[in-house]
Design a protein around this ligand. Sequence first.
Ligand SMILES: [Zn+2]
Length: 97
Amino acid sequence: MIDNSRREYFNKIREQEVLYLKQVWGSELHHRCPLESEGDLISATITETGEGVFYCDECDSIWRSNHPLDEAHADSFETFALANGRSGLTMDDILIG
Ligand SMILES: [Zn+2]
């Protein structure tokens, strides 16, 4: 059985991602995932440190916004190291947009 509150949580995140993509679509701010063809990159801020990142809405790879968006600089939510030394992120740690 699907947990309704969990589904609502992910629907809310998806809404924010779609809103962001509508704003940047067709501009130089819109990036496709460099790792596979289906994903789009979402701009976000890590609330704890203020660091800017892009993450892929399909494979959940993540890039620091000041790094090249390529395979060599891709990280994952699980291993992403914050500037304050903590490592690991969830969607609760970031603000989309
Ligand atoms: Zn991707």
